[in-house]
Design a protein around this ligand. Sequence first.
Ligand SMILES: Nc1ncnc2c1ncn2[C@@H]1O[C@H](COP(=O)(O)OP(=O)(O)OP(=O)(O)O)[C@@H](O)[C@H]1O
Ligand SMILES: [Mg+2]
Length: 318
Amino acid sequence: MSVLDVDRLQVEVFETGIALLRDITLSIKPGSIVGLVGESGSGKSMFSLALMGLLPSGVRVTSGKARVAGKSILKGLTNQYVNSSREDIALISQNPRAALNPTMRINKQVIRVLRQRCNMTFKEARSEVHELLARVGIPDVGRVANSYPHQLSGGMCQRVVIGMALSTRAPLLIADEPTTGLDVTIQAQILMLLRKLVGESDEKSVMMVTHDLAVVSSMCDQLIVLYGGQVMEVGPTREVFANPRHPYTKFLLESLESYADGSADSTPSVSENPIDFGLSGCRFSNRCPFSTPVCQTTPPPAIADNTRIAYCHNLESI
Ligand SMILES: Nc1ncnc2c1ncn2[C@@H]1O[C@H](COP(=O)(O)OP(=O)(O)OP(=O)(O)O)[C@@H](O)[C@H]1O
Ligand SMILES: [Mg+2]
């Protein structure tokens, strides 16, 4: 059974009817790390938020289905409060400090999560704190447990957040830029930790949102390429890197590479003309060198081969 199954998910701005996510279909297998990539504004966070039931006000899921470990998760998810009981997905956010309560010592916060998410008694939770912190590689657990978030480094805070996310036993972890803002050695440690923790369980999977090409290539088994709220291409990372099929993937990999090697000076946001969410066809068509009239008007078909899917009208002629 898949950890995550999404079927034709559509997310719209209620007032204007603009589809911020259109027809998203994908699945994530157990024990895998999947990278969700796409330039700024492509809908990566919106997708994560839709799954978490945390969409901003005025933005809604209008159709489609999503299941985590076979269980439907979007039913009745119309507003934010539902999320407080979200047990099947754990979110590791970009800013670990913001995910922690600044006025509470770490041990208190961990106990609270364990009691709410794992139905533990106070006593059980308290005896679990040190073990949880040790599992994510925190060396001096006693000191960290007794600290407030501001007394800890960013990397240490991220470890705490990852520890709490893992303790929930949620089968799906969504990590939205989990290492952005941390220095390089800490980044590597956090990534190794995530890899190890996924490797230890056959059931847990991670969906990692990232801009970082090095992270994607070293961490992710599968890649989902998003543009303008549409999936452009899905496939095993190595194959997609070695031979991108979709014109947007080619373009994205080139711009990510130039960012990584320093020849571009900002994060890849290639949009001189911004993403056009009004297009009824392929959202990339107004920037695509291979665009034909049908691309503007008709959503692209899914062209599948053994392991990969690309959504494009013109794959044959590229
Ligand atoms: N509250 C909102 N109402 C309407 N549109 C929104 C709202 N918040 C974001 N958007 C739009 O939704 C689109 C997707 O945004 P999202 O934050 O998911 O992008 P992203 O891929 O996560 O980008 P980044 O890499 O910068 O984090 C963007 O075009 C954005 O302008
Ligand atoms: Mg985002």
